[in-house]
Design a protein around this ligand. Structure first.
Ligand code: MOS
Length: 695
């Protein structure tokens, strides 16, 4: 058990320490870092989904005034390592998906680069492509493991026998759509080589050190030859959690125009094929219960897609392994490798899509058992993590369900579908559970130095995607050193600072905060409370001594009110309410923003978002904000995020759990369950569009 910090700064609703710089426009985002004599890159993307380039005519592009270079696989510098086929840009004539890089123009202005790129004529030997995800494909395969290192399949007992013997069962297939990450700031890299062969990258990333370690081998550089800088990032949602091909392309282009920096910001449309996305999923969920509404079997079989050139296996069935008690259990993941862009992380990969089917199925089974869906979940609360047998470090799902029900006004609910009307609107309410694991990544370091002016400079290469890292780490450092927040001078977002793990898996505050607390302890042990200028100490994230003893997860309960127009099928969600058990809250202001943001994105997933694949061409046709609809203010009613006072001494010295992702988990199921309550129509395929609600 970790000694918990005495919270003084922790828990304060401190305003964002980076706020003034942001609102005055002085916080540099990747594109804005001043570089001397910049050039601009615009890429050429593959116009086919599969095949070979037979010829590229660059002459018209090269003839334009201001064009400095046109790079294709025919003249591109050779890259050093070819293991990551996503990152090895312009190394062959093969096309693996529509929208892949097949060329790049570097010019004096971005307008010239863009125009010139449109003049590059690429001829192809096109081959038939296959982009169709179906659950009955005969080439589905089991990956060796799924994302974050989880086993592909798990099984306990005999699910089929339990289903056959059960009083009540649900066996249905649910689907989630293809979703694309759309952070406000596009993926951007500014690349600059110096005369000694060192590379500087101003990159919009969730992890400066992760970018460096991904691109160094591809470029054939030692890591210390690369510096990555990202003090401010305009959102990522996972799409900036791993380096994508544009980083390598920018670095390559800057080498070609020797000595001049290259600025490369992807367009919104280009982001739909080049920065990862959430795989569509097909989820076969089977649940069995006895006459008292106790689950005897839980089964989840997931089919999803990956790209032909690089495997990404989303861990979609993993949350099913720990949510509810049942003797007989089964989870499987199968992949189709298609001629599609490379899928990757999108906010709560695994948990977000993976809690949709099961949480709708739980609603269906509760109704079949004649039980209230809150009571049904409470009845199936496990004593320990059902598959590992480990106790939970803390598990307060039941408190969240009860507290949420109380705040939402659940006790007045008539369970009969279609019972409530308001004018032409059918009104319903629904609930679903949320969960997200509490991860700690190894290997972050922090340095603390006592400096001029009596302030402590705290350095760690962490990232702030807009999530509040600047503020939360300042608070943690203040408590760890037992000083006021004004005495902390934080530095993050630079590989010149101590190594930090990626801002992913909602692990940032746990991983970086633990490193800062450890460094503060070393500092105080060495120098006491009256240090001299220049005194310095450092440490790394300690291993959690309790990691193997406990299952560590955050939980939540989400409630939705849905109104469906009886003539048009129009759907409105006037009210969402979530109650979360996420450990100690570092900063209520930024925490609420994360939870409300996650729920908003969950609403968007439930009602609007869907990347529509044109199977004839193999690309997402609605690849812009005109047609890929993300919830706007007009779509969002009241969203309330609350939390319970949770004390967990096992997760980390702050007692906090990650909150960046749990807010999006369960929202879509709550909305779909509420729509069923409103109308009696059970929708099992996202998004919940009006055509699905018309008889
Ligand atoms: Mo988050 S999708 O783990 O960056």
């Amino acid at each position: 058990m970790t000694g918990l910090l005495e919270p003084r700064a922790i828990g304060m609703a401190l305003e964002r320490v980076d706020g003034p710089a942001k609102v005055t426009g002085t916080a540099p985002y990747a594109f804005e870092h001043p570089v001397t004599d910049p050039t601009y890159l615009h890429p050429v993307l593959a116009g086919i989904a599969r095949g070979r380039i037979t010829a590229i005519d660059t002459s018209a592009a090269e003839a334009l005034d201001g064009v400095l270079a046109v790079i294709t696989h025919q003249n591109a510098p050779r890259l050093a390592a070819g293991e990551d086929a996503e990152l090895t840009v312009l190394q062959s004539d093969e096309v693996a998906f529509r929208g892949q890089f097949v060329g790049a123009v570097v010019a004096e202005t971005s307008e010239t680069a863009r125009h010139a790129a449109s003049l590059v004529a690429v001829s192809y030997d096109e081959r038939p492509h296959d982009v169709e995800l179906r659950g009955d494909r005969d080439d589905l395969y089991a990956p060796d493991q799924v994302s974050a290192g989880f086993p592909t399949d798990t099984t306990q007992g005999d699910v089929d026998a339990a289903l056959a013997a059960a009083a009540v069962t649900v066996a249905e297939t649910y689907t989630t759509a293809w979703y694309n990450n759309n952070p406000m700031e596009p993926h951007t890299t500014v690349a600059r080589w110096d005369g000694t062969g060192s590379l500087a990258l101003y990159d919009s990333t969730q992890g400066v050190h992760s970018v460096r370690s991904a691109v160094a081998p591809v470029l054939g550089l030692e890591q210390d030859r690369i510096r990555v800088v990202a003090p401010h990032v305009g959102g990522g949602f996972g799409s900036k959690g791993t380096a994508h091909a544009h980083v390598v392309l920018a670095a390559m282009a800057a080498r070609v125009v020797a000595g001049r920096p290259v600025k490369f910001a992807l367009t919104r449309q280009q982001m739909f094929s080049l920065v990862g996305y959430r795989t569509p999923t097909i989820q076969r969920v089977r649940l069995a219960a006895d006459g008292d509404g106790r689950l005897s079997a839980i089964s989840m079989d997931v089919v999803e897609q990956t790209s032909r050139i690089k495997e990404f296996a989303e861990q979609t069935a993993v949350p099913t392994r720990m949510m509810y008690a049942a003797q007989n259990r089964r989870t499987t993941h199968r992949l189709a490798a298609l001629d599609v862009p490379v899928p990757s992380w999108m906010r709560a990969p695994g948990e977000c899509p993976g809690m949709f089917g099961p949480e709708v199925a739980m609603d269906e089974l509760a109704i079949a058992c004649g039980l209230d869906p809150i009571e049904f979940r409470i009845r199936n609360e496990p004593e320990v993590d059902p598959e590992s047998g480990r106790p939970f470090s803390s598990r307060n799902l039941v408190t969240c369900l009860r507290e949420g029900g109380r705040r939402f006004g659940w006790s007045d609910r008539d369970p009969t579908p279609g019972a409530r009307r308001d004018g032409g609107w059918l009104v319903g309410t629904g609930v679903a559970s949320s969960t997200y694991p509490t991860y700690r990544m190894p290997g972050s370091g922090a340095t603390i130095r006592f400096g001029l002016g009596g302030r402590y400079r705290v350095e760690i290469g962490a990232a702030d995607l807009g999530t509040g890292t600047w503020t939360a780490l300042t608070q943690i450092a203040a408590d760890a050193l037992d000083v006021g927040v004004e005495e902390i001078e934080l530095r993050i977002g630079d590989t010149a600072l101590p190594r930090a793990s990626v801002a992913g898996g909602s692990s940032g505050i746990t991983s970086w905060g633990s490193a800062i607390v450890a460094a503060a302890q070393v500092f105080r042990d060495k120098f006491g409370n009256d240090p001299a200028e220049g005194d310095q100490a450092d440490s790394t994230t300690p291993e959690n001594p309790d990691a193997d003893r406990f299952a560590m997860h955050a939980f939540g309960a989400q409630f939705a009110e849905v109104r469906v127009h009886e003539d048009t099928g129009e759907v409105r969600v006037p009210r969402l309410l979530g109650v979360f058990a996420v450990g100690r809250i570092i900063n209520p202001r930024t925490a609420r923003s994360q939870l409300v943001g996650g729920m908003t994105m969950g609403l968007s997933m439930a009602l609007h978002e869907q990347s529509v694949l044109d199977e004839r061409f193999g690309h997402v046709v609605n690849h812009d904000f005109a047609e890929y609809h993300i919830a706007t203010n007009a779509d969002v009613g009241t969203i309330e995020a609350h939390w319970i006072d949770e004390h967990d001494p096992y997760v980390n010295p702050m007692g906090s759990k990650g909150i960046g992702e749990i807010g999006i988990v369960g929202t879509a199921a709550a909305v779909v369950n509420a729509a069923h309550h409103a109308t009696g129509i059970r929708v099992r395929d996202l998004p919940l569009t009006l055509d699905k609600l018309l008889h």
